[in-house]
Design a protein around this ligand. Structure first.
Ligand SMILES: [Ca+2]
Ligand SMILES: [Ca+2]
Ligand SMILES: [Ca+2]
Length: 366
């Protein structure tokens, strides 16, 4: 029966090419059945981890409406995250979940691209493409999602799942691959396909393992990237392949966040401010004695002393109320963490005390 369908498909290809050449590339109107009001945004949100929904910038779908479905019925290990996931199909996505043969799940009259198979260069048909634009969070190192190919097709009809990330500098990186780095399509999936055997009511014959796709995004924190998920038929449009997708998220390493790095830099600065505080602090007594001897006004002297004493107690508080000799000894130990705000305040007050005395002395000596 499948052989017959493939022969019939050869005729369909000709018609498709003729129609395609008239319509040109681009969005194809839905012509078969209906899908409850769909939106690419909701389709993207079905697979995005709840912690990253705010990072969705936008989403668009190119294909026939029936080829994309937000599904909630648990099948073949999905959903993985939350209560829904995505089915992208080179036929009618609803058929994958329901097995309902009243859907027109074979040739759905979708997007055809000459030489469009990304690995083999075969002509492709019923191509469904979801584009998800995301802002990369601060501290994100990796974009990941999980996917599983489910298919009725066989080689050399190399239906494919092509997913990649487009970066703002024009770089394009493949996301979903087999462990050897190959883009998944029928011929390379066949060695890892197992029979579905009607599991969870799924009518398609074979499925691959659930794989994790990962793309390094660490150089694009705060920037906007686009994840493209594309499924299609190759060589004919009759026998379909679907991909289940879920758990799209970023991996964020807190120690690598700019905020984390900024904190480490601030700690280093706090130690340097403490060092400069000591430079001022150590010169205070002598400067104060000189100022007193030179007849600097009592008001100025007491203001300087007040700042100096405040600075001293503030710096001790900044370093856990140790005496200043202990602070001097331990301040470079990484286990000894100061309160940065207090270090800055102590440094400023000590500097003010010194400047006050220096300015008063300079005025007298003029
Ligand atoms: Ca989900
Ligand atoms: Ca196919
Ligand atoms: Ca198809």
């Amino acid at each position: 029966m499948v052989i017959f369908m493939k022969e019939k498909a050869a005729v369909a290809i000709f018609i498709c090419i003729l129609v395609g050449s008239v319509l040109g590339a681009g969005l194809v109107e839905a012509t078969y059945g209906t899908v409850a009001t769909r939106s690419a945004t909701n389709e993207a949100l079905a697979i995005i981890d709840s912690g990253f929904k705010d990072y969705l910038v936008g989403a668009t779908f190119n294909g026939v409406d029936e080829q994309i479905l937000v599904a909630t019925k648990p099948i073949l290990g999905f959903p993985i995250n939350g209560d829904s996931y995505l089915v992208l199909s080179s036929g009618d996505a609803r058929y994958v979940v329901t097995g309902d043969t009243s859907y027109d799940f074979e040739e759905v009259g979708g997007v055809a691209i000459s030489d469009g198979q990304p690995a083999t260069g075969q002509d492709v048909y019923d191509v469904a493409t979801l584009r998800i634009t995301l802002k990369v969070p601060d501290g994100a190192t990796t974009l990941m999602f999980r996917w599983r190919m489910v298919s009725d097709d066989y080689s050399p009809y190399n239906d494919f799942f092509y997913s990649y990330v487009e970066f703002p500098d024009g770089k394009k990186v493949t996301a979903a691959t087999l462990p050897n780095g190959t883009i998944p399509y029928i011929s390379v999936m066949e060695p890892v396909f197992v029979e579905v055997n009607g599991q969870d009511g799924v009518p398609l014959e074979e499925m691959g393992p659930i794989y994790t796709a990962k793309v390094d995004v660490s150089a694009y924190q705060g920037k906007t990237i686009t994840l493209v998920l594309q499924v299609g038929d190759a060589d004919d449009d009759e026998v379909d392949t679907a991909v289940l997708v879920d758990n799209l998220r970023f991996i964020v390493t807190s120690s690598a966040t700019p905020r984390g790095q900024e904190y480490l830099q601030l700690l280093t600065l706090a130690r340097l401010w403490t060092l400069r505080f000591f430079t001022f602090h150590d010169s205070f007594d002598e400067l104060y004695a000189n100022a007193t001897a030179l007849g600097v006004a009592n008001e100025t002297l007491s203001r300087a002393m007040e700042l100096h004493q405040n600075a001293t107690s503030t710096m001790q508080a900044a370093w856990g109320n140790y005496d200043l000799d202990t602070v001097r000894r331990l301040m470079w130990s990484t286990r000894f963490i100061p309160k940065i705000g207090l270090v800055i305040k102590a440094y400023r007050d000590e500097m003010k005390a010194i400047r006050l005395l220096e300015d008063a002395i300079a005025e007298i000596q003029q």
